[in-house]
Design a protein around this ligand. Structure first.
Ligand code: CMP
Length: 139
């Protein structure tokens, strides 16, 4: 069932480079409403759990290291067709393949330091939203 919500994380590269404000502006300009948001710093346990689906991949250790290297800004976004529209807005995982005007094309440095996360399905949007916002049922 489509939930019209998705979960994003503004990642440590984008926060450290001072791009969080511009990225949030692009997100709201594209019609997404911010339902919940926080500024936080993940522990290795949290990052490892969030990306557990990738734990057999060769980049898993580095990914966890990167995601704990600085502050992050997770947020729940609402819009009709949120998951798909947000993935279009951020562009391909690897910024080298991302379309012009997408957030990753503008702000990502590499496939790992790729500025933002976006849920890949409605089911994962709910799981990932609950991961960061235990009070989700109130929103
Ligand atoms: P994200 O959309 O957050 O989901 C999984 C993350 O793993 C992805 O963004 C990248 O940051 C990272 N990732 C995916 N593929 C690679 C790769 N080949 N090398 C390094 N990191 C990767």
């Amino acid at each position: 069932m489509a939930t019209n919500r998705t979960l994003t994380i503004i990642k440590p590269d984008a926060v450290a480079n001072g791009n969080a404000g511009n990225i949030l502006q692009k997100i709201t300009d594209a019609g997404f409403k911010i339902i919940a948001m926080k500024y936080t710093h993940l522990t290795a346990t949290q990052a490892g759990k969030f990306y557990a689906v990738h734990n057999a991949r060769p980049f898993y250790g580095e990914l966890v290291q990167f995601m704990t290297s600085g502050a992050v800004i997770p947020a729940i976004l609402e819009k009709e067709n949120a998951v798909e529209d947000f993935r279009k807005l951020i562009g391909a995982t690897n910024p080298a393949n991302a379309a012009d005007g997408t957030i990753r094309k503008m702000y990502a440095e590499s496939v790992e330091r790729n500025a933002v996360h976006g849920s890949d399905s409605d089911e994962n949007a709910m799981i990932e939203g609950s991961f960061f916002f235990s009070e989700l049922e109130r929103f």
